[in-house]
Every structure is written in structure tokens, then in C-alpha cells.
Ligand binder design. Structure first.
Ligand code: MN
Length: 356
């Protein structure tokens, strides 16, 4: 595996490349072009500039998170052809520039959903949290005010104001899309892009839906072992793979995370590893990465990744906000650096216990 950190670009991130470079064991960043909208073709010059900026700082771009999918593709409207062509052109340009991993998701309307961005924990740190009763009590369009209004002035990925201004229209677009339709549209999209992925050896890594169940009545399909294996089989190409995100699949305690990892040997192209603390089956908060701070056994998760021979980029995921830092919720420097160091430590111990 290769330890990486997500970076939101010099215009949007409070964390600098120089700081990332000083985290032990981190040589790669996961980034994207933040000025593009879903459906747009990425300009070659912009891709080059992004790579050059990262390389000038002594790091490299280990993958893209994300190249977002236009709603026309998810809904399956006639204009999806144009958007798929655009996506293929972007992949071709990324491949030519030496990028081999692209993360994306297939969630309708909302990306990840949380009900609090700064829940205070006993140690004074703040974390993102989710409470089902709070989601049930809120109108979908009000959700944006919760997420957008409490983010320390940062624009949260997936919750861009331009997008949320159209939330009612988006719901209307998805009115006739059920789970089967969403699966069919995902299959159609993947079959169209696999040739360019084969040509440039680009690993597509679908991010699970977060939380891993339907919210606001919208269909969600990338939620459990059964569905993800169905997706792997329906387009049975090694370039059709997954981002294994422990914090997203783990929102459903019925998901056995190490077992899921083992069932996806050869198809995990990217890993997000973090811990959650469940206060009840319908209320959880993000914890420190350390196993004992939350509900997951992080050793077993890393061991499963080791056992399947995982060699892609991995990153600590959302961190707590600690030590007085002001940053995008979940994406401060300090706790993610602690997470990277901890995951590197687990990996070294697992590796040495296997080979000595
Ligand atoms: Mn994730």
C-alpha cells in the first residue's frame, strides 16, 4: 500500500503540500481539479498544472478523488451520451498524464450525509456525526443549510452551493429511478468507459454510499457486500473496482468489514480507513483512527488489506478537529497526520509479523 493524504488544492485547502510532505511515510496526495463541474471535460493544461504543483513540492499525485459523474448518467437521460463521451476524454487525458486511479461515486443528489459537523467529544475535540432521528425530522433542502452553514467557511465537497440551489429539481429528476435502474445505468456507464481504462490502465474505484442506506427515499446501491459483488460481476473487468471506505460501509454495523475486504481481492484500488464510534444503532460519530477510540477493529481491517495483497493508495479519512486547528470539517492536518502514522504503524507490525 501507499500512504497518501487528500489535498483540496492550494486555493481551497488550509493544509499545505509542505505540511503533508512532513508526515512520515507520505509521498503521495489524492486530489482533483476543484474548479470543474460534473460533466465537464478536464483541460490538459489544468491537469498538467495540478501535477506540476504537487511534484514541485516533492510529492506525487497518487490518484484522483473524484472525477464526479453527471446526474444525466446516473438518471440515464438521453443526454448521458455526451456526458459519457466527456468523461472518457477526461480519463484519456488523465491516463496520458500518468494517473492510474480514479475515485467516483454513484449516489443520487447527495454525496455523504452527516447531521453535525462539529459534535463535541469528551476530550474537547469536535467530529462529524450522524443521527437518524435528525435526518428523519429534516426536509432534504434544509439539509444543505446544516452542512453548508457550519463548515468553517469551507465549501464541503459534494455540498457545493451551486448544486444545492437545484436540490428540488434534482429530486424530480430521480423520481422514476429505483435501485434496479441505478444498477442498469451504472453498468451502462462502466461498459462505455472500460475500453479507455484498459488502454491507459486506469483503475476505477467506486466510493460507497455514505451512510450505507437510503436517505430521503433516494435509491442507494453501493451499500453492502452483496451489492458490491454484484457490481464487480456485472462488469467483470479488473479496472472496475472499489474504494474500500471503512467509515462508509461501517455505518451499517451488519457490514463485516474485514470479510468484505477479503471478498474483494484484486478489486480494491483505493482505501479510506477510519474509525466510527456508535452511541446507538442509529447514532454514530467519527472517532480517532485508534481502534480503542471507536467501534472498529482497525488491526483486522489493515490485516485483511495486507492479506489480499492490497498495493494501491490508502489514506486516513476524516479526522477529529484538535489542537485548536481551523480547517474544513474532517480535513484538518493534525488528526489525519496522527491517523496516517497509526495506520503505517499497524502495517509495519503486520508485515514484519508475517515475514520474520
Ligand atoms: Mn470515504
Amino acid at each position: 500500500m501507499e500512504m497518501t493524504i487528500r489535498w483540496f488544492g492550494s486555493k481551497s485547502d488550509s493544509v499545505t503540500l509542505e505540511q503533508i510532505r512532513q508526515i512520515p511515510g507520505v509521498k503521495g496526495v489524492i486530489t482533483t481539479l476543484y474548479d470543474t463541474s460534473p460533466g465537464e471535460v478536464w483541460a490538459e493544461a489544468d491537469i498538467r498544472a495540478m501535477i506540476d504543483e504537487v511534484e514541485t513540492a516533492g510529492l506525487h499525485v497518487a490518484g484522483i478523488e473524484s472525477v464526479n459523474i453527471h446526474d444525466a448518467i446516473k438518471v440515464g437521460t438521453p443526454d448521458r451520451e455526451q456526458y459519457i463521451d466527456n468523461y472518457i476524454t477526461t480519463l484519456e487525458r488523465l491516463g496520458k498524464a500518468g494517473i492510474h486511479m480514479v475515485c467516483y461515486n454513484f449516489m443520487p443528489v447527495f454525496d455523504w450525509t452527516r447531521t453535525e459537523l462539529a459534535r463535541k467529544r469528551a476530550d474537547g475535540s469536535t467530529v462529524l456525526a450522524y443521527n437518524q432521528a435528525a435526518v428523519d425530522a429534516i426536509q432534504p433542502e434544509k439539509m444543505f443549510e446544516t452542512i453548508g452553514g457550519d463548515s468553517n467557511g469551507f465549501v464541503m465537497p459534494g455540498w457545493e452551493p451551486e448544486r444545492m440551489a437545484h436540490v428540488k429539481e434534482l429530486f424530480e429528476m430521480y423520481r422514476d429511478v429505483d435501485e434496479e435502474k441505478l444498477f442498469a445505468n451504472l453498468k451502462y456507464f462502466l461498459e462505455c468507459i472500460m475500453p479507455v481504462c484498459d488502454q491507459y490502465d486506469i483503475n476505477m474505484a467506486i466510493h460507497p454510499d455514505d451512510p450505507a442506506w437510503s436517505v430521503f427515499g433516494l435509491p442507494r446501491i453501493i451499500v453492502n457486500k452483496e451489492n458490491i459483488l454484484r457490481m464487480m460481476k456485472m462488469v467483470d473487468n479488473p479496472h472496475n473496482g472499489v474504494t474500500f471506505c471503512s467509515g462508509s460501509y461501517g455505518t451499517n454495523p451488519e457490514n463485516d468489514l474485514p470479510d468484505m475486504i477479503r471478498s474483494l481481492k484484486g478489486r480494491i484500488h483505493f482505501a479510506h480507513v477510519r474509525n466510527l464510534k456508535f452511541n446507538s444503532p442509529t447514532d454514530f460519530e467519527e472517532a480517532a483512527h485508534l481502534s480503542s477510540d471507536g467501534s472498529f477493529d482497525m488491526y483486522e481491517i489493515m490485516k485483511a488489506l495486507y492479506d489480499i495483497g492490497f498495493d494501491g493508495p490508502i489514506r486516513p479519512d476524516h479526522g477529529r478537529m484538535i489542537w485548536g486547528e481551523t480547517a474544513m470539517p474532517g480535513y484538518g492536518l493534525y488528526d489525519r497526520a496522527l491517523g496516517a502514522a497509526y495506520l503505517n504503524g499497524l502495517w509495519e507490525a503486520i508485515e514484519k509479523s508475517q515475514t520474520r
